[in-house]
Design a protein around this ligand. Structure first.
Ligand code: BES
Ligand code: MN
Ligand code: ZN
Length: 476
């Protein structure tokens, strides 16, 4: 990770970085003659300050790097500048001089630092020989009140580190992140002040998590359910909001086995849980003033002699029966029991679940938006706004009686698949059958946004940690 510091004084002989929306630099850091030299270089390079444009000027006492922000740069544009710098600077040390005037200096430097931090994530723990690249290790932002800005960044960093925590979890192969290992890792988060409770196979059986257990029963790795509580407002006895995450540590499809090609990606089918765990961690570190609960269902979906067969009927924790016609539609089974548990045991009245639930939503929205399903317009709007504010966008998709009818079964209360059409909506309707009257609930299908096929300005290729920033914007 890059070390970010804030300083008043300017160090010599390191790269000096400026971001600008103009083709000339307005700065008092350079002497008039230095400026003239730089402007000549910019002219020669035909620098127009377009987004992502970058010019390096050598020949002065210290090398200078100038990055274009594009016209009227926003917070999000400065984050992208940060992302660009992480790959563009090959020196170990650099200094960044804010000068743009498009937004308060503090916001500009926090945004650039955010971009740098997020884009420099690397999952290299399994490389026996780490790549020894020439890259930026330390950057100092030159500001007039370093202590004040440092404090703001220290707060922001709690979220950014949690994004990286979620990315690392999602990147773990399934043999290194079984439900047991995952639950042990969650238990360790009690250091942050979270209250943790882990339900074992025995307890899950005693409590009758029938749907969740039907997913787990084909695997040698026993399931776990983790409950995480953050009580930031101890005077109040109830929870303000709850998050539920799908934690299928590997989804082979079960007896309805998936095709071999790309099956390895299904190690990431626990991303909903990873994002919920990482977000709970960040709420605790930030000491948010509300009461938040997180529940994740950790299971492995495998085919074997003990696995659930297509056609089996199971009884859920809620008592409703389900005809399992496709064992690959397992996420909804895990979530349904966890949603019910959160409402019936903890009385939570406002719940959001996150899950890599359907290929259908991935096909519809790609990597650009998560699918949002909710009958509650106010909650849906809150989520849409929170997503916009941190560039983790969601797109609302429909639920209604017709989709709901598609999961009716002749011989059980419901079936776990709705057929070929509207897969995202029928899955959401399935989950809604485990929501009590009076609970405000929304479902985020993150199957498309949980990983990127190619790197983006703030996100290396692979796991994105999508959702941690959104949930933090929601729980201010
Ligand atoms: N985990 C998958 C959904 C998924 C697919 C996520 C591809 C990311 C990439 C889920 O458990 C699943 O298999 N869903 C099925 C449901 C179907 C059998 C009704 C699907 O979407 O194909
Ligand atoms: Mn599946
Ligand atoms: Zn799955």
């Amino acid at each position: 990770m890059i070390t970010v510091t804030f300083k008043k004084e300017i160090e010599k002989n390191i790269v000096h970085v400026f971001a600008t929306d103009k083709s000339e630099l307005k700065t008092s850091v350079l002497t008039p003659s230095q400026k003239k030299y730089v402007h000549q270089a910019l002219k020669q390079a035909d620098f127009k300050a377009k987004e992502g444009e970058i010019v390096s000027v050598l020949g002065l006492e210290s090398p200078i790097l100038i990055v274009g922000t594009g016209q009227k740069p926003s917070r999000s544009d400065f984050e992208k500048v940060g992302g660009k710098l992480a790959s563009a600077i090959k020196d170990q040390k650099a200094a960044y001089h804010p000068l743009n005037g498009c937004m308060p200096v503090e916001e500009e430097v926090i945004a650039v630092a955010t971009g740098l931090f997020l884009s420099s994530f690397k999952f290299d723990k399994y490389l026996s020989k780490k790549k020894d690249e020439k890259k930026l290790k330390e950057i100092s932002f030159i500001v007039s009140e370093p202590k004040k800005v440092q404090k703001v960044f220290d707060e922001t960093k709690k979220i950014l580190e949690s994004v990286c925590f979620a990315r690392a979890l999602s990147s773990e192969p399934a043999n290194h992140l079984t439900p047991k290992i995952f639950s042990e890792l969650i238990e360790k988060l009690d250091e942050t002040g979270l209250e943790i409770e882990i339900l074992s196979l025995k307890e899950l059986k005693a409590k009758k998590f029938g749907m969740l257990l039907s997913v787990a029963q084909g695997s040698l790795n026993e399931p776990k359910v983790a409950v995480m509580k953050w009580k930031g407002n101890p005077k109040k006895k109830t929870f303000d909001i709850g998050f539920v995450g799908k934690g299928v540590t590997f989804d082979s499809g079960g007896i309805s086995l998936k095709p071999g090609a790309g099956m390895g990606d299904m190690k990431q089918d626990m991303t909903g849980a990873g994002v919920v765990v990482a977000s709970m961690r960040s709420f605790a570190l930030r000491k948010v003033k509300s009461n938040v609960i997180g529940i994740v269902g950790l299971v492995e979906n495998m085919p074997s002699g003990s696995a659930t067969r297509p056609g089996d009927i199971v009884t859920s924790l809620s008592g409703k029966t389900v005809e399992i016609l496709n064992t690959d539609a397992e996420g909804r089974l895990v979530l349904g029991d966890c949603l019910w548990y959160m409402q019936s045991v903890y009385g939570v009245k406002k719940i959001i679940d996150l899950a890599t639930l359907t290929g259908a939503v991935m096909a519809a929205l790609g990597e650009e938006y998560a699918g949002l399903f909710s009958y509650d317009d106010a909650l849906a709007q809150e989520i849409l706004d929170a997503g916009k504010s941190v560039d983790e966008e969601v797109w609302r998709l429909p639920m209604n009686k017709a989709y709901n009818k598609m999961i009716d079964s002749d011989i059980a209360d419901m079936k776990n698949i709705g057929g070929r059409l509207a897969g995202g909506s029928t899955a959401a309707c399935f989950l809604h059958r485990f929501i009590k009257e009076g609970t405000s609930w929304a479902h985020l299908d993150i199957a498309g946004v949980d990983k990127y096929e190619t790197a983006r300005p703030l996100t290396p290729k692979g796991a994105t940690g999508w959702g941690v920033r959104l949930l933090n914007a929601l729980v201010k």
